[in-house]
Design a protein around this ligand. Structure first.
Ligand SMILES: O=C(O)CCC(=O)C(=O)O
Length: 250
């Protein structure tokens, strides 16, 4: 596979090495996104995935029993569950993700960081389409939704981008809010949070990137980076992943 300029190889990507850390920060500053190849061990990724699956099971049972919290129900209907309260091997997932990746986010945001409650484990099926159930997220900027600068850490728990849905991104660092539209197509566009595909094509067609991911890869992108779920024809597998947001600490 040809290497994209906004990715770091396994050796470079080790976030506890000064060189990998600086290179990741540099790529984020230039292109708004960096993919860190094989930065997490397969054991850790499997533990995170199993922890997410357990909480999906608990939430699904609670929904069936009518005991689920109404907000959790809204998330579950979007195939998402909050990262809060999930542990893997006795370790709190939120704290663990913070401990590994917050130095990069802090450097980008120029301040100590914490994770935002708007952080989710997500299951995306190849049958999730923008015009149908609305579970694949349309073009958007996270910053428009949270109304604050942030860095998104996105980690899939299995290979994706080829057989399972991935993510498509604009590989340009943007400072401004890209205009949004309000349509009835899905939960994002109903709230006026989605960016029209025509706008993305007009302004950013030459910068679009749909990375393929292997187990252990992680991606970081800025709150201003325009992105969407990528469901391509011929995909057959479900993807489970975490999208985790770093914001400045109070
Ligand atoms: O995982 C996905 O398909 C969408 C995630 C996303 O858009 C986000 O993390 O903001």
């Amino acid at each position: 596979m040809v290497r994209h300029p906004l990715e770091l190889s396994q050796d470079e990507a080790l976030v506890d090495q000064a060189t990998g850390f600086d290179a990741a920060v540099q790529r984020l500053r230039v292109g708004g996104v960096v993919v860190l190849r094989r930065v997490l061990s397969s054991e850790i990724v499997a533990a995170l995935g199993a922890a997410a699956d357990r909480k999906f099971d608990v939430m699904t049972e609670a929904a069936a029993a009518g005991t689920i919290d109404p907000q959790d129900r809204v998330y579950l209907d979007q195939h998402a569950i909050a990262v809060d309260g999930v542990s893997a091997g006795g370790v709190d997932c939120r704290k663990w993700l913070e401990s590994v990746f917050s130095p990069i986010a802090a450097k980008i945001l120029g301040h100590a960081v914490t994770s935002h409650m708007f952080s989710f484990f997500r299951r995306v099926e190849p049958t999730d389409t923008e015009d149908g159930l609305g579970l694949s997220l349309p073009w958007h900027q996270d910053q428009t939704i949270l109304q604050a600068p942030l860095v998104n850490l996105w980690v899939p728990f299995g290979a994706c981008g080829r057989e399972a849905p991935g993510l498509e991104l604009v590989t340009r660092r943007l400072e401004d809010r890209v205009p949004t539209e309000t349509t009835g197509a899905n939960v994002y566009s109903r709230g006026g949070l989605s960016i029209a595909s025509a706008t993305v094509q007009q302004r950013f067609a030459d910068t679009l990137w749909c990375p393929e991911f292997a187990v252990g890869d992680a991606m970081l992108f800025l709150g201003s980076t325009v992105h969407r779920t990528s469901v391509l024809p011929g995909m057959t597998k479900r993807r489970t992943s975490v999208d985790f947001r770093f914001v400045t600490a109070a």
